[in-house]
Each structure stands twice: as C-alpha cells, then as structure tokens.
Design a protein around this ligand. Structure first.
Ligand SMILES: [Zn+2]
Ligand SMILES: [Zn+2]
Length: 140
C-alpha cells in the first residue's frame, strides 16, 4: 500500500514543476488526508474551501494531465482518483466490494501479456476485488 505521511501538496506540485495554487493544494490535501482513492464528488466534499466549479475542474485537469493524480476505472459509472506518488510506475488497485473503498497496491509486477502481432498496449489495469481490512475483521 502507498503511504503518504511524508508527502505534502506543495512538495508534490514543486516536484512536478507546477505552481502552487489554493485549489491545487486543496485537492491534493483532501486526497492525501483520506489516503484512499476518491471519486470526483468525494474530493469536492472533502475540500476545506468551496472552490467554484470552473476553478475546481481546471485544477483537477491539470493534476491529472501532469500525473500528480491518476484515474482508476472500476466500471464506467464508477471512477476514482488517487494521488500518484510513484511516478510512472504502473500498479494494481484493491477494491473493497463491501465499503466501496479503493487503494493503490504497490509491489506487484504487472503482467506482461503476449499479444498478437500489430497490437499495442496503452495501459494495463489490474483491479483486485475483495474485502478490505476493516470489512474483513468486522465479519462475525
Ligand atoms: Zn471495506
Ligand atoms: Zn493507484
């Protein structure tokens, strides 16, 4: 699992050569605080300041484009985002089917799939579904 305790929004923005703005920092801070992947709506509800829609979406898009955050598509209706602290490395995600939480899972070698000639991989998604620690220990 990715731990974020030594990461702060300013450092993240700085390491990606991005200017710090209140909204960019706010989004990153909300995501780092919760420490699990959030939907766009959940990110908005966790923001301490209520930024207007345009500001929010512009900042959100910038963070995505510069890969400070990444997208996890669970199904077309369910998309979550997490802070990307390990830049460039593909990793798996764990989805808890009971509480709907998603976490990044490190230390997994993504499968190298032999494809027919002429095929090109853009991205490999690996989602592990099950019960998270909380849900698993609450089962009596
Ligand atoms: Zn759970
Ligand atoms: Zn992730």
């Amino acid at each position: 699992m990715i731990e974020h305790q030594n990461t702060n929004p300013q450092e993240l923005l700085h390491s990606h050569q991005l200017k710090s703005t209140a909204c960019r920092e706010g989004i990153l801070q909300a995501m780092l605080d919760v420490r699990e992947a959030l939907s766009e709506h959940e990110i908005r509800t966790h923001l301490s300041v209520d930024f207007d829609r345009t500001t929010f979406y512009r900042s959100f898009k910038t963070l995505l484009e510069h890969q400070l955050i990444h997208k996890i598509v669970l199904d077309p209706q369910k998309i979550k985002y997490a802070v990307h602290t390990h830049r460039g490395s593909e990793h798996a995600h764990f989805y808890c089917e009971q509480c709907d939480s998603v976490r990044c899972v490190d230390g997994i070698h993504m499968p190298v799939v032999p494809l027919p000639e002429g095929y090109l991989i853009h991205h490999t998604d690996l989602i592990i579904r099950g019960l998270c620690h909380n849900c698993n220990t609450n089962v009596s």
